[in-house]
Design a protein. Structure first.
Length: 137
């Protein structure tokens, strides 16, 4: 099973991320999102950030999770390459993400993500699990 794939959307980019469960699908969504920004293979997991969020449904949880990742990217000026997600039955997500500060001399500059959108966002909490999102470039 592949971890993620991209699909074309006019002026934006979409991705589907997969996993054996919803936790792994969310983790692979983080990788897919940051591989739009840079090559995550070049991002060393030397600094860890933890956060928790709770949402009213699975789609909102995916949106809030991706928004939080983008927030830490922009505010902490970091790139991330490792994601650990734990979601409970109350739609409470605990995340540990690892990466390093952006160094455009080291990291390949691909595409800037301006925002996460709700457009066509989906969460299939099945086995295997699948999530889909579109980001605004």
């Amino acid at each position: 099973m592949k971890n993620y794939e991209y699909f074309e959307v006019t002026a934006d980019i979409g991705f589907k991320a997969y996993g054996n469960d919803i936790n792994e699908a969310f983790e692979n969504a983080g990788i897919a999102m940051f591989n739009i920004i840079t090559d995550t293979c070049d991002v060393n997991p030397v600094k860890e950030i933890e956060f928790e969020i709770t949402s009213e449904d699975e789609v909102s949880l995916l949106y809030d999770y991706l928004e939080e990742l983008l927030f830490h990217h922009e505010i902490d000026f970091m790139l991330f390459s490792q994601f650990h997600v734990q979601i409970d039955e109350n739609l409470h997500l605990k995340a540990k993400i690892k990466g390093e500060e952006i160094n455009w001399e080291k990291h390949e500059r691909k595409t800037e993500i301006k925002a996460i959108t709700f457009h066509k966002m989906e969460v299939k909490n099945t086995c295997p699990a699948e999530v889909q999102a579109i980001v605004d470039l």
